[in-house]
Design a protein around this ligand. Structure first.
Ligand code: ADP
Ligand code: MG
Length: 481
């Protein structure tokens, strides 16, 4: 980022709520069905049918509100947002406008430079999703799939408090993990259950008024969001630097070309003519019910992070990774409870080998091939020095491939560490004898060569010699002339 400029970002997140039926009808919300088999008369906007609010969507919105310390409105109102588009047969979207269900929340993230930072959440409102245009396989025609019409969304609007693409991603990730901790959304970005628009502006450092913003659409992965914002920031700074002016407009991010380009400007923007939906009553929420909900909140990422650091002595950066999902943190805790080794070692294995294997095979932690108890069986063999950390990685791979427990693999492959000092002495002697030139160099003061000798001995032993013993034996024998 260029010195002298400040970046300002506000995010609008659309989060699909994990209700079984739609927000105003009984049609299923399941993903991936044949086109138009899950759209009922209400979703299709037929005359004479009436929407009925899904209580589960209200419960989920309130849970989110409580999780971000927001106010739950005792009274909120659904409004019609009017516009014409082929995927919106009613001609209006039911949303909330002046009186959203959730307002004035906040979220804490690690800002630039590592310190804690507060990000305001202006509002979160309930609305229905629209259908989808389909182009694939239809030649010159465009199809319309209305299965998604009426799917409940929670739109979460942040204050313009984010100051870099990295902060925007940190905030987005935290919201993403909160909705999954709460069980109110699957957060699946590929399927569009978690989408985000980024509002971006820049201003000279020190200026208090906000610069003109653009709104970036079509951001469906954390990586693209970061890239799109960075591109847009550079573009705006350059434009202003060249004497130009940022135009308030909607821009589309093109991942293939890594650039944003204009989609529509504010002048062409719709006037949505919002008005309260006469078919729906205001939503009135009993404060006592909200208190019951509050008691049902699970441990949330921030609290979990703090506890993992306190209870297990983990480094903040490791705790941060582990709380990325509830299942990952649960796995770590089960592992730490089952193994004799230190929690930090357990964390290292979960973040290192296990996560790498899961990534490689594109699996979630729930689908992993090694249970926490099984992994504990492996870590205990390192802990009691039966095997070295290096051999353990080989055993891990064999466990992943389904060859059985750590003990069985160590036995079957003869991987038990060599701790017999006479056996180690013999290998050390042979290595010293085989490398007279290096021995001479070492003895003339080139201490660093110890690494070379250790490597040779480990190689001779098939990686099985106890490294500490090898080190000691080498130093002792090399010192003898
Ligand atoms: P709209 O009514 O057009 O949706 P809002 O005022 O509701 O506009 O703001 C939408 C989002 O844009 C919010 O996340 C807000 O933080 C963000 N935002 C508003 N002004 C700016 C700005 N100048 N620069 C960056 N983000 C902004
Ligand atoms: Mg908006």
């Amino acid at each position: 980022m260029k010195a002298g400029w400040e970046v300002v970002i506000g995010l609008e997140i659309h989060c699909q709520l994990a209700t079984r039926s739609k927000i105003f009808s009984g049609a299923s919300t399941a993903y991936g069905a044949e086109p138009n088999v899950q759209a009922c008369l209400v979703d299709l906007g037929y005359p004479g049918v009436l929407p009925v609010l899904n209580e589960e969507a209200v419960r989920m919105a309130c849970l989110f509100g409580l999780a971000v310390d927001a106010t739950i409105a005792p009274r909120s109102v659904f409004a019609r947002k009017n516009y014409f588009y082929p995927d919106l047969p009613k001609g209006y979207q039911i949303s909330q406008y002046e009186l959203p269900i959730v307002a004035n929340g906040e979220m804490r993230i690690r800002g630039e430079g590592g310190s804690e930072k507060r990000i305001g959440i202006i509002r979160a409102h309930l609305e229905e999703d629209a259908g989808k245009s389909v182009h694939e396989g239809l030649g010159q025609y465009t199809g319309v799939d209305l299965n998604r019409a009426g799917t409940p969304l929670l739109e979460i609007v942040s204050a313009p408090d984010l100051r870099s693409a990295a902060e925007a991603v940190a905030y987005l990730r935290r919201i993403h993990s909160i909705v999954r901790y709460l069980g109110i959304s699957d957060g699946n970005m590929q399927e569009g259950s978690f989408r985000c628009d980024a509002n971006v502006s820049v201003r000279p450092a020190g200026q208090t008024t906000l610069g003109t913003r653009t709104e970036l659409k079509n951001l469906n992965s954390f990586r693209y969001i970061e890239k799109a914002i960075n591109f847009e920031v550079e573009r705006q700074i350059e434009l202003i630097g060249d004497g130009g002016k940022v135009v308030q407009e909607t821009r589309l991010y093109d991942a293939a070309r890594d650039e944003t380009r204009p989609m529509r400007s504010k002048e062409e923007a719709n006037d949505y003519r919002y008005f309260p939906d006469p078919d729906l009553l205001p939503v009135e929420i009993d404060p006592a019910w909200v208190e019951t909900l509050r008691k049902s909140l699970p441990e949330l990422p921030d609290a979990k992070k703090e506890r993992l650091q306190k209870e297990y002595g983990l480094r903040p950066e490791d705790a941060e990774i582990l709380i990325g999902s509830r299942a990952l943190a649960d796995y770590f805790e089960a592992l730490a409870a089952a193994t004799a080794t230190t929690p930090q070692t357990a964390a290292n294995w979960v973040i290192g080998e296990l996560s790498a294997a899961l990534n490689r095979d594109g699996l979630d932690i729930e689908q992993g091939r090694i249970s926490a108890d099984e992994l504990a069986g492996l870590l205990d063999r390192i802990h009691d020095q039966s095997i070295s950390g290096k051999i353990a990685k080989e055993v891990f791979e064999a466990m992943w491939a389904g060859e059985g427990s750590a003990d069985r693999i160590i036995q079957a492959r003869g991987l038990t560490q060599i701790t017999d000092s006479s056996a180690i002495d013999a290998i050390v002697r042979a290595v010293i004898k085989a490398h007279p030139a290096q021995v001479a160099e070492y003895r003339s003061g080139k201490d660093k060569l110890i690494g070379f000798f250790v490597g040779q001995v480990m190689k001779q032993s098939g990686g099985k010699a106890n490294p500490e013993q090898v080190n000691a034996a080498l130093r002792k024998q090399l010192a003898q002339t």
